[in-house]
Design a protein around this ligand. Structure first.
Ligand code: ATP
Ligand code: MG
Length: 268
């Protein structure tokens, strides 16, 4: 079991008021909570390749990463293209798996920092996956006005990777996520540090209203489709709920070359 070393130190008040009338606190870099992600996790994910003998899972995520990074530059780039929402039609298609691996892969970029946000508040699982103790996060930050965002962030042993846990779900979760504070947070995350990439692990489009709320903040959407599970009708229904002004990419997940050959399925 990994341990969480709390390093909440040196919180100083500089006496100024922030936009919400609270005393601004100057936070030193040591105020972040630190979590250790075990190397075992990465050994495990590397052994979950499905039917792929040659390329490693990391290589697959590198390809997805390149496409997303390409969208962050160029003339048609929007200011929030560094905010990426990961979703799917239904539960269990691999959103969290994809969001975590993509975040780790993005964090390998030399000039980028990555914030992985567990925005699937009702079925949050990032902390569980990484075997780190869950702690208050997004929901508590949005509900309360007494703590700075930095106090909810978990700095990891992976250089450039920070996690914002989901926090405790509550009945008003959709209202909290659509509130002014969330909008301000998304704007700040998108605009304050251009080299920061924010990945939201969101609920499935067809199962939760929060996904549509969260989608409005992101510039890019990564849509995970589990091979063999989703039919054209479901996919069409999910697409009708998507905001087509966003850059939408699709990942065919849990796809097996062996399955493809067995089913005599070739082509696109
Ligand atoms: N590419 C993959 N290779 C191997 N296993 C995978 C892959 N993608 C997902 N899985 C496994 O499938 C299961 C479901 O994945 P995951 O939890 O990421 O789905 P999800 O879409 O986030 O589900 P939920 O909607 O419940 O949050 C997990 O056991 C995960 O380890
Ligand atoms: Mg999940």
């Amino acid at each position: 079991m990994n341990t969480i070393v709390r390093a909440m130190e040196d919180i100083e008040s500089d006496g100024k008021l922030d936009g919400e009338g609270h005393r601004k606190r100057k936070l030193s870099s040591r105020t972040l909570n630190h979590v250790e992600i075990s190397n075992e996790y990465f050994k495990e994910i590397d052994s979950c390749r499905i039917g792929e003998k040659k390329s490693s899972l990391l290589e697959d995520y590198r390809q997805i990463k390149r496409e997303l990074l390409k969208n962050m530059i160029g003339l048609d780039c929007a200011s929030n293209d560094n905010l990426i929402l990961v979703t799917s039609c239904l539960a269990g298609e691999g959103k969290t798996f994809t969001a975590i691996n993509l975040a780790v892969c993005m964090a390998l970029e030399l000039d980028k920092t990555v914030l992985l946000v567990d925005a699937d508040v009702v079925a949050s699982s990032i902390c569980k996956y990484l075997a780190i103790e869950s702690s208050p996060g997004l929901i508590e930050y949005l509900k309360n006005n007494d703590r700075h965002l930095s106090e909810y962030l978990l700095k990891t042993n992976i250089e450039n990777l920070t996690i914002l846990p989901a926090g405790k779900p509550e009945v008003r979760t959709p209202e909290i996520l659509s509130g002014d504070k969330m909008q301000r947070l998304a704007k700040e995350l998108a605009e304050r540090y251009p080299n920061r990439i924010v990945i939201f692990d969101a609920p499935p489009v067809l199962a939760a209203s929060e996904t549509n709320i969260l989608m409005q903040y992101a510039g890019q959407v990564l849509f995970v489709v589990e091979a063999g599970k989703i039919n054209a009708k479901l996919l069409k229904e999910a697409m009708s709920k998507m905001d087509v002004s966003k850059k939408i990419g699709m990942v065919l997940n849990k796809f097996s070359i062996e399955k493809k050959i067995k089913n005599k399925y070739y082509g696109y």
